[in-house]
Design a protein around this ligand. Structure first.
Ligand code: FAD
Ligand code: MG
Length: 312
């Protein structure tokens, strides 16, 4: 079944065991998560927190508390490359929305100065979140779809489902195995602008596969492409040698946050971050059509496009 949630196309496939009622429960859960965590809905818990920035703490929903605490954990791990307080900057660019535009440099600098995860004050006892400075804004766009995929999978497992593919706008969670010890085969697309073909496939069992790249959301102005992964240090789209980073982990939230974090950190620091974590594998594709994989993936990926080279 396919529905539009999180501003993107979400597909859940339960194969032979899918009942209409179960599909509806899964999509209801996804919808609820969007209603709580969206930075684009005025009524969401995240918007309440954003609107009270610099004014007062706001009661946080359990989903907000959990995702935000995990987000801050990845901010620390990445030295601030991943930062959920990037909201004032993403709103200014509004990439993917009607009002998308290259911001005025001075305004961009002001908004970028508001980005700092250390100014997100979480009170566990009171279950509140306070953004310390006026104008600060949260944006969980780099992590919340991963969380949503995990929640959808948990709901399916508790309903007795052993295999499913959950695809939330390219954030994929492959539950179980395809059938009798056959892994799922996930295709990774060519991240170059305008391409839609797969570069290689990767076999997975019970894993999430999440990609961050320059191609997912962007606009063009005066011949320049501006994509949606922003450098918290400058406020501009990250400009390094990378086209995309794919992360494979058991937990989708981890893969989502890490793909964004590693993309911002770049080909060297980003790769080292993933190598330092147990249970995480990665595929980095750079502008020279070179593919670099972590040792755990060696011998597993199947190349489909010979114009890309695999550096092992
Ligand atoms: P990822 O690489 O996982 O994340 C990139 C996104 O993370 C950016 O779009 C930005 O939101 C944020 N980000 C950018 N730089 C950083 C950084 N350095 N650190 C941390 N985060 C960063 N889209 C719509 O068009 N309309 C909607 O109404 C809408 N609602 C949404 C509601 C929710 C709850 C979520 C999770 C997403 C929603 N989206 C919506 C989509 C959203 O705007 C992003 O496009 C999407 O989350 C990007 O995911 P990705 O996997 O492509 O990229
Ligand atoms: Mg992400």
């Amino acid at each position: 079944m396919t529905r539009f949630v999180f501003g993107t196309v979400c597909t859940v496939n339960l194969y032979e065991k899918g009942s209409e009622a179960l599909y509806n429960r899964v999509f209801d859960r996804l919808q609820t998560i969007e209603e709580v965590l969206s930075a684009n809905l005025d009524s969401s818990n995240i918007s309440e927190i954003n609107n009270a920035a610099g004014i007062s703490p706001v009661r946080a929903a359990p989903e907000t508390m959990y995702v935000l605490q995990r987000a801050i954990e990845f901010s620390k791990k990445s030295g601030g490359a991943f930062d959920p307080s990037i909201g004032a900057v993403t709103k200014l660019w509004s990439i993917g929305f009607e009002e998308e535009t290259v911001p005025d440099n001075t305004v961009l600098r002001e908004k970028t100065a508001l980005v700092d995860y250390r100014d997100i004050i979480i009170n566990d006892d009171e279950q509140t979140v306070f953004l310390a400075r006026p104008g600060m804004r949260l944006d969980l766009g780099g992590i919340a779809k991963g969380y949503a995929a995990d929640e959808a999978a948990a709901l399916l497992v508790s309903s007795g489902i052993k295999k499913a593919i959950i695809d939330l706008g390219g954030n994929i969670l492959a539950l179980g195995e395809k059938d009798g010890h056959t892994p799922w085969t996930i295709g990774i697309r060519n991240p170059e602008w305008g391409s839609r073909t797969a570069v290689f496939t990767i076999p997975v069992i019970n894993k999430s596969v999440v990609t961050s790249g320059i191609y997912e959301r962007f606009f063009e102005e005066d011949g320049v492409h501006y994509h949606h992964i922003l450098d918290p240090a400058t406020g501009y789209p990250v400009d390094n040698e990378l086209l995309s980073v794919t992360i494979i982990t058991p937990v989708s939230l981890d893969a989502d946050a890490l793909s964004t974090a590693a993309f911002v950190l770049g080909p060297e620091k980003g790769f080292h971050l993933i190598e330092s974590l147990s249970g995480a594998e990665a595929v980095f594709i750079n502008r020279d059509r070179e593919i670099r994989i972590t040792p755990g993936l060696s011998g597993t990926i199947q190349m489909l496009d010979s114009s890309f080279t695999l550096a092992e």
